[in-house]
Write a protein that binds this ligand. Structure first.
Ligand SMILES: N[C@@H](CCC(=O)N[C@@H](CS)C(=O)NCC(=O)O)C(=O)O
Length: 207
């Protein structure tokens, strides 16, 4: 099967329909209107084929001809370079590295907590509280610009959107007083690309 995937000219994304790391890649694909095939994978029943493509057997995994890529941020940056329009990172090196640092921080500060909550580990309640407080404390930052610390939509927003979409299923309740966060989330969720990026399971998360 891997060989078949290799010969295809259309890229294939191996994706878990519920997973936020897969969701962020689907968001980039939709923003750039890229034609691709999606192979929905049940994470509890990972196919052997995936291990042939990715030594860690993680999702998302992207196959583009001979290229096999994993790690969502690496996939997102590849897509941004391979399909330059619309650009999802600033052009100058200082701003680009700042965006990359923000992506690192979103993962380290927020996704790490989301992973703990989704795994239902014993620290879930503590992580839920920490995530809630951290997001509320960031409300002014969300309010300051149309997108996260940027006038333009970037890869950073592609990281944040799947997390904010999952707040109800994470049990993270943000008060109406955090207006900046709610308005930012509404701006992201109103994008056509965001609607396109959603799997059926994700639509049902706020159904
Ligand atoms: N750091 C990875 C995290 C991806 C991730 O957690 N994927 C889950 C989605 S189901 C997975 O593959 N879990 C299976 C495993 O880790 O073996 C990324 O950014 O792509």
């Amino acid at each position: 099967m891997a060989a078949v995937a290799n010969k295809r000219s259309v890229m294939t994304l191996y994706s878990d329909p519920q997973n936020p790391y897969c969701h962020r890649v689907r968001m980039v694909l939709a923003e750039k209107n890229i034609t691709f095939e999606i192979n929905d994978i049940d994470p509890l029943n990972m196919p052997e084929q995936l291990m042939e493509l990715n030594p860690y057997g993680t999702l998302p995994t992207l196959v583009d001809r001979d290229l096999r890529l994993y790690e969502s941020r690496i996939i997102m940056e590849y897509l941004d370079e391979r399909f330059p329009h619309p650009p999802l990172l600033p052009v100058d090196p200082v701003s680009r590295s700042t965006s990359r640092l923000l992506m690192y921080r979103v993962d380290y500060d927020w996704y790490r907590l989301m992973d703990v909550i989704l795994a239902g580990k014993k620290d879930a309640a503590k992580a839920r509280k920490e995530l809630r407080e951290s997001l509320i404390a960031t409300s002014q930052v969300f309010a300051a610009k149309a997108f996260f610390m940027s006038d333009d939509f970037t890869l950073v927003d592609c990281l944040i959107a799947p997390l904010l979409w999952r707040l109800p299923v994470l049990g993270v309740d943000i008060p109406a007083s955090a207006k900046g966060l709610h308005e930012y989330a509404s701006r992201l969720f109103a994008r056509e690309s965001f609607t396109q990026s959603l799997s059926e399971a994700e639509r049902e998360m706020r159904g």
